[in-house]
Design a protein around this ligand. Structure first.
Ligand SMILES: Cc1ncc(COP(=O)(O)O)c(C=O)c1O
Length: 368
């Protein structure tokens, strides 16, 4: 027990102790939600969906894994819809992005394989990689010369090689060079695994993500999308070919050994996904808002994820508290979510926000 107490003391001493935040007061403007399109507070969407729901009498639980009796018509409908929008052979749903990344990477990569990932990938990807039996290498963030160096040296020593990256990086908001990654995966005969958790809904002409925007979505072997961010639901999917889908259904433990998502949730995800292509106004508004916001704080605009890097944990906590007093809610992001010494405020606005109501951040953020 003492060991655990000591760990907590250490976290407190390094200003790295976390507790579950209280419910956000209605007086605060939330600047750190992933509800990028503002769908999570859209009463009309809710009302329309609920009307549909009553008519169809959906169930609130699946009460079983998909491989037992938890598989539902809603699973099939949503998978078919997603696969058809991506013009891909197949789609497979997972209960969350975390389940997807952990369950897919750990199942795919075996002892004779190599996984090469960007250094700044999300914890769920890291955990999936750790659970796999493959050899692991990491390239410096977005450094594709480094990636190629690893490939040149090691490609021939392994059976399959998986290159893993996010498309829009969750803590920095910068984008991966997907075209370069595709070039390298083709040159060295690898598989490319791209997590689009933060890009789906926000990027691409139909909201299918950054790969759609660049016109390369069908050149990537695995695209991960999540419902819990811009789509205001929960769950995730992988878009891949039929063989991989069948393989995952047989090997992916976070799919097999867990209760399936409830039909009511899948129906909501489908309801939103069907409309993704029609949210261009929201995407445009979000972009304009973020451009203004980044300019106001003298930051480079990279995407709808705007990191304001402060450095020390203590200063990041202080800045967050100062902003709270000014009616602005944004929590500090610290190690191990981001590298040591780069504690930050991670701003994520939503398309319905009024710039006039948040622009006092410029003075509030500099208060000591
Ligand atoms: C890049 C990335 N992948 C996956 C996830 C996990 O997704 P979910 O919240 O659906 O578990 C996150 C969540 O923060 C993420 O940022």
């Amino acid at each position: 027990m003492q060991k655990f107490k000591n760990k907590i003391i250490e976290l407190k001493q390094t200003e790295n102790f976390r507790k579950l935040p209280e419910k956000i007061s209605n007086n605060l403007i939330n600047l750190c939600s992933n509800d990028y399109l503002g769908l999570n507070n859209d009463k009309k969407l809710y009302d329309d969906f609920l009307t549909l729901l009553y008519k169809k009498n959906r169930k609130f639980s699946s009460c079983s894994s998909r491989l037992l009796s938890g598989n539902s018509i809603e699973h099939y409908e949503l998978e078919e819809l997603i696969a058809s929008k991506y013009k891909s052979q197949a789609c497979l749903l997972y209960n969350s992005g975390y389940h997807a990344n952990v369950g897919i990477l750990s199942a795919l990569a075996e002892k004779k394989d190599l996984i090469i990932s960007d250094k700044l990938i999300h914890a769920s990807l890291i955990d999936g990689i750790r659970l796999s039996k493959a050899t692991v290498a990491r390239y410096k963030h977005s450094d594709y010369f480094h990636l190629e160096k690893i490939l040149l040296k090691s490609r021939d020593d392994f059976e399959n090689v998986f290159i893993v990256s996010e498309s829009i990086f969750s803590m920095d908001g910068d984008t991966a060079d997907l075209k370069k990654l595709i070039e390298l995966k083709n040159k060295y005969k690898c598989f490319l695994y791209i997590d689009e958790a933060h890009a789906v809904g926000v990027r691409g002409k139909n909201g299918l993500g950054y790969a759609e925007e660049l016109g390369v979505k069908n050149e990537i072997d695995f695209i991960i999308g999540t419902f819990g961010k811009a789509m205001a639901s929960i769950g995730a999917y992988v878009v891949c070919n039929n063989i991989f889908k069948q393989y995952l259904v047989n090997h992916s433990r976070t799919l097999i050994y867990t209760t399936a998502l409830p039909p009511v949730n899948l129906a909501w995800s489908k309801y939103i996904f069907e409309q993704l292509h029609s949210f261009n106004d929201r995407r445009k508004k979000l972009e304009i808002l973020n451009l203004k916001f980044a300019k106001l704080l003298n930051l480079d605009y990279r995407s709808h994820i705007i990191p304001y890097i402060i450095g020390s944990n203590k200063d990041a906590i202080k800045a967050s508290e100062n902003l709270k007093q000014q009616g602005l809610y944004v929590l500090p992001v610290r190690y191990p979510t981001v590298p040591k010494g780069t504690a930050r405020l991670r701003f994520t606005l939503n398309a319905n926000m009024d710039f006039e109501k948040i622009k006092h951040i410029k003075t509030a953020i500099n208060k000591k």
